[in-house]
Design a protein around this ligand. Structure first.
Ligand SMILES: Nc1ncnc2c1ncn2[C@@H]1O[C@H](COP(=O)(O)OP(=O)(O)OP(=O)(O)O)[C@@H](O)[C@H]1O
Ligand SMILES: [Mg+2]
Length: 251
């Protein structure tokens, strides 16, 4: 159940693809204005979880509530308050960055003028306003990632899903993305972030769920997770994961 404090509540979520149990009975909640990290290795079930939370994929079992609406039964209402940045970059290469954002803004229901203003503001937010008129195909990978993120902001969502937004980009672009996410949170946004970079989750997230083989194996703040292994918390999240699973996160 969502409350004044809890903005997203997922209970008993499961999903199988043929013989693969991608997500197995996952339950957790995210508080308003929290950056929640879903952390796990390749194939752990992070994207499948995000797709179910964001009304894209119907779960086999379980329920999701976002801002007191059911993502299953009131998907249209839920879509109005969420933004999704997919793991794969989804931009029109031949269109300029501004035209991409205007297009997605119009799809989200903004008027023409409103969409243009929001496009410029969002490009400025990620430091790309000056390149706004260039075709996206001329952008570097990190620049495309930044545009991909602000597509999800065009509808001014209350809850933002970011699926591995920093894969394959340099430290500078990564820091830029961190600052953007922290700024959005400070302005009141709630964020769900997936990554398989432990240091990143440690630095950015208020709370973390560690997911492995489709199951949530640990849940807590970075400090709580570290203290579960070492009383002084003098360990890394990588070591916490290793201790829980017997495997390294990058195996
Ligand atoms: N559409 C699909 N059809 C069949 N199997 C799928 C599908 N989507 C996901 N899977 C399987 O479900 C499991 C979880 O995949 P998922 O994409 O959720 O993992 P992930 O944690 O996001 O991994 P990554 O870090 O590589 O993005 C994997 O075994 C994957 O092969
Ligand atoms: Mg994924």
């Amino acid at each position: 159940m969502t409350t004044d404090k809890v903005f997203l509540s997922a209970s008993g979520l499961s999903k199988s693809f043929d013989s693969v149990q991608a997500v197995n009975d996952i339950s957790f909640s995210i508080e308003r204005q929290e950056i929640f990290g879903l952390l796990g290795p390749n194939g752990a079930g992070k994207t499948t979880t995000i797709r179910m939370l964001s009304t894209v994929l119907e779960p086999d079992a379980g329920d999701v509530e976002i801002g007191s609406r059911s993502a299953l039964r009131e998907a249209g209402e839920v879509r109005k308050i969420i933004g999704v940045c997919p793991q794969e970059i989804a931009l029109y290469e031949e269109l300029s960055a501004i035209d991409n954002l205007v297009f997605f803004g119009r799809m989200a229901g903004l008027g023409g003028k409103e969409a243009k203003e929001a496009a410029r503001a969002n490009l400025e937010l990620v430091g790309l306003l000056e390149r706004g008129r260039d075709a996206v195909r001329k952008f570097s990978g990190g620049m495309k990632r930044r545009v991909n993120i602000v597509v999800a902001l065009m509808s001014r969502p209350q809850l933002l899903f970011l699926d591995e937004p920093t894969v394959g980009i340099d430290p500078q672009s990564r820091n830029h993305i961190f600052d953007t996410v922290l700024g959005l949170r400070d302005e009141g946004m709630t964020v769900l972030y997936t990554t398989h970079y432990m240091e990143e989750a440690d630095r950015l997230c208020d709370r973390i769920g560690i997911i492995d083989g489709g199951s949530m194996i640990a849940l807590g703040s970075p400090d709580e997770l570290k203290a579960s292994l070492d009383q002084d918390g003098d360990v890394t999240l990588e070591e916490v994961f290793l201790n829980m699973t017997g495997r390294s996160l990058r195996d």
